[in-house]
Each structure stands twice: as C-alpha cells, then as structure tokens.
Design a protein around this ligand. Structure first.
Ligand code: BG6
Ligand code: MG
Length: 223
C-alpha cells in the first residue's frame, strides 16, 4: 500500500447534520419537506445533484432554470458555511488523528477525494491540512461519485498506481466510486449500507495502519 485516499464528510468530520440543516431550511422555503432518511441519499453527492434530487422529490425540478438552480445551491452553501465556521480540531472524528500520524510514520501518501468544494476550508478549520499531500478539486471532474473519476484523480495527483491505493468512505456512492477505481475500499459505518466495501469498520476509531494495510494485502492475494 502506497496511498490512502479519504472521503471527508462523514469520515474525517461529521458535517452531515450541517448539510441536512442547510438543505432542510432551503427545502422548507420552497415548500418541500425532507427528512433524515431522504438525506441519506445525498451523502457523497455534489451540491447541484443534491438540490436536483430535492427539487425532484417536491416535483418541482422543471420549475427552475439552470441559473436559478445555481442561485439556490449558493444560498444553501451560505447557510452551510455559517454552520461549519465554528468547526475546530475538536470536531475531528475519533481515531482519525492517530491514524493520519501512523500513515505519515509509514511514508504513506494521503489525499482527499471529496465531492465538497468546501474541503480546503474544512481541513483548515480542523487544523489538519498539513497531513494531506493533495486535495482533488471536484470541479475538475466530469463525473462525481459513484463514478471512479475522483479517486482515480487522487491517485494521479499522488503519482501512485490505483492498485496501490486504499479508499475510505462512509457513503454507498463513495464505496462504488472506490471499487470502480479498482482500489481497496474501506467503509466506515453500517455494514448493511456499505456491504459492497472490501472491509467495513463500525467507526473511525477502528482505523489503523495495520488493518488498512492488511485489507490491501488480502485484496492483492485474491487477485
Ligand atoms: C459531500 C457530502 O462530501 O459533499 C454531500 O457528502 C455534499 O452531502 C457534497 O452535498 C458537496 O459539498 P459542498 O460542500 O460542495 O456543498
Ligand atoms: Mg462522506
């Protein structure tokens, strides 16, 4: 294993509730109701795609022009940014910091492959940007998750082959993206939701160099 490529939201910090709050507020202003169960479908999905799913849910997708959709997405992002402005290093999920340190000690390259355009801002707030060798810009890609593009771009930016990478995700769309990139996939969360991952861990606390490297070795031995 030469590199670990991380998703951000739900793996490094738990921003899902802030995304939900901001989307719920926007949806309510458009007279569309959304609950936490529906919100699950938005995990790992880009801002615009998320909004399109919300508008489709309210049967209102055809009522807005492309420009209006972009304005609404920006409106949501303003609320979201207010909410994440208070993030600090105390918001890093358990186990992530020692795991990043272990990866560094073992000379493993580290990247972020997040659909979020706010990733650099969040890493700065969490005070961990120095651990990451590169961050993929989601705007530079044609297709978001579940397509493999974002993880493949991460490997390319790290100058490593995809078969030497492990990807870590909390969302089914993200696990699909890692698998499609022919990388070893580690899912963090419910084994039911993330059943397509090579290895599922119940929490970020379980992430260690040994476990992740072993998952990579096991995968190499199988193929
Ligand atoms: C993903 C989140 O990481 O980023 C999604 O799981 C979110 O919920 C997406 O919509 C885009 O984020 P942002 O910060 O660019 O609106
Ligand atoms: Mg995520």
């Amino acid at each position: 294993m030469k590199a670990v490529i991380f998703d951000l939201d739900g793996v490094i910090t738990d921003t899902a509730s802030y995304h939900f709050k901001a989307w719920k507020q926007l949806a309510a202003s458009l007279e569309i109701e959304m609950d936490e169960q529906f919100n699950e479908q938005l995990k790992g999905i880009s801002r615009i795609e998320s909004l399109e799913k919300i508008l489709a849910k309210g049967k209102k997708l055809d009522q807005y022009t492309e420009q209006e959709i972009h304005q609404l997405a920006q409106q949501k992002n303003e609320v979201y940014k207010e909410l994440i402005n208070g993030l600090t290093s105390a918001d890093i999920l358990p186990g992530i910091l020692p795991f990043l340190q272990e990866l560094k000690e073992n000379s493993i390259k580290i990247a972020i492959a997040s659909a979020s355009k706010n990733a650099p801002f969040i890493l700065e707030k969490l005070e961990i940007n120095q651990y990451f060798d590169t961050i993929v810009d989601p705007d530079s890609l044609k297709k978001g998750k579940p397509a493999p593009d974002i993880f493949l771009k991460g490997a390319e930016q790290l100058f490593v082959h995809s078969s030497d990478c492990v990807g870590i995700e909390d969302a089914p769309a993200g696990v699909d993206s890692i698998n499609a990139a022919s990388m070893v996939s580690i899912g963090v969360g419910s084994s039911d939701q993330l059943r397509k991952a090579d290895v599922v861990l119940s929490s970020t606390e379980k992430l260690t160099y040994e476990i992740v490297n072993q998952a990579w070795k096991d995968h190499c031995n199988k193929s």
